[in-house]
Design a protein around this ligand. Sequence first.
Ligand code: ADP
Length: 663
Amino acid sequence: MKEVTHILIVEDDEDDYVLTKDCLDELSGYSFKLFWVTHHTLALRELQTGHYDLCLLDYRLGEIDGLSILQEATSQQITTPIVMLTGQSDEQLDQMALEAGAQDFIIKSDLSSPRFDRAIRYALSRKEIQQEKLERQKAEEDNRSKDRFIAHLSHELRTPLTSILGYTEMLLESEMHKYASSELNIILNNGQHLLNLLNDVLDLSKITADKLELKATKVDLGELLSDVYSLMNMSALDNGLMLSITSATPLPEKIIIDATRFRQILINLISNAIKFTKEGSVKVELSLVDATQTPTMLVKVTDTGIGIGQDKLVDIFRPFEQVEDIVTRKEEGAGLGLAISSELINRMGGEISVTSKQDFGSCFTIRLKLQVEESSPNKHLDIHLSKNYQQDTDKPKLIGDVLIVDDLVDIRSLTGHLVQTTGANVEFAENGLEALNKIIERSQSKPEFSLVIMDLHMPMMNGREAIIAIRKQGFTGRIIAMTATLQQSIKPELIQLGFDDVLAKPIDKKILWGSLSKYLTNNSVTAPPNVTLLAETSNPNNLELTQTKTCLLVEDDSDSAQLMSLLLAKLNIKTTLAKDGRSCIRSMKERNHWDLILIDIGLPDMNGLDLVKKLREQKISGEIVILSGEEPDRSILSQLKVRRSILKPVSMNVLKKITSTLT
Ligand code: ADP
């Protein structure tokens, strides 16, 4: 309850005013501040100020009755509760007052009775509830406009990034890279850095706005840690550091957790440890405490790096906090990683802490209550690559087409990178089903893949299901399974299923290259250069012979549109550009089938989704794909029968994936 309650009394009889005032003074638990007016125009003016918690309104006010004031107040959307006071009981009047918006109706003779007390209390508490509702609505509206702002900002920033990153990559692949390769790499690195930063800021704003949903699923802890190791070990080696992941106590094989976010936290802590350590090691040690009660997992990431001063330790989990200020610091980063990680850990019901000694190193500790699979046995874990950790072994020169199948994008590109450096060509699939489709597709035209490297744990169709389906299709090429499961017994079972070999995770560059040499053709003379001339692909005369598919691209940003047309031309797709919704509808009238219709969500004359609605009404054919700077709402997309969307910046790989499955 507020300290002072402001009451407006509208009464033209002074005796009645004094009586009302006395009765109000009698009520306990309130401190009233009264304001008295005698005329209806003054009454309305006061009510318009919104200053009052309650109004007591006399029914008879000279020539005008209280009812018309009440009606006027309601039509002006005045929210102050009004209690009508009258000289005698009149059921009809009572009804009319309530219909006109009065909170209550009191006969003046009841002013000294408990009925008056109750009417005041009810009216005031209703006012409070109404106030809370208004505040909640306002907060929701503020949140919605913040969301709209973030979505808009994200879109506006990602669109130019598409051009910056796309053209730079294209130049690096062309003959031009000979002349300005280091400058182009600087642009590419900075562009990518900007994109990471944008993702971090959006991530953090989503978490703080309570918009982030954690998706806990059953996860194989050993697999997850092996993948993290594979990803981080490269940069540890590049910095001459030894990275290890071990367990001090047995750990459950399967835990229930949001794997993407847990991986993100670990990668952030380990990459910081690597970034701020010049020599020595980075050790990740996991253990299980209180194993009987609520099992709790401790993850300690310890480094032998520069350490953090005691005075800075409290602040480093806050956004944009860095130990050195931005001007003097040498390491890149924006100081968001730890803020995001600690918010995520809090959301998971855990906590993070740090101890550190300057010049000796730091230790970050995560404490997480674990949800464990009932039947999951506890096992010791030890992930490290002991031998050759500092040597870059001779890489083989090979030819062949390799299909890499893994659901984790980072692991896919890491494996792809290692395979590509040998000279072999790489294609990717995100799960067993996509791999199966690619293999079937190939069998119709090109020679089959020379080799398939396939992870076992994947959504949609896992490795075991996939190998059976692939072999059933008559695919005779080599297929290697990748797994972190260390038991020896697993290999014969996998060979029995149809795999040719099994590679252990984390990925060891040397072992992977050894395997590739065994299954791919040696090409020690020259590795095929992966160079395409920009001029060659953008010359329309060269394309006509092979172009079979068409695309209508609806995009108002001309740089981004031109880049996408070039990338699509490389994929043998002929693009027609529409700059806005209206031009798109016009183009559709001339021709209503395109194999692909790419629509930017933020068009100058209409929202991309509204355009899709209009196109659906026109019954156009061809696949519609939405381009946007923020993940669009899946339910809206499915209502509009849009199966896929592209998050900007658009890259060759993304377009390749979309266009390879056009029907
Ligand atoms: P950044 O992107 O700057 O690394 P973080 O939020 O991940 O952002 O880290 C914030 C700051 O905390 C870093 O800039 C660095 O000053 C300090 N820091 C984080 N981890 C370590 C570490 N392992 N050793 C030393 N300093 C660290």
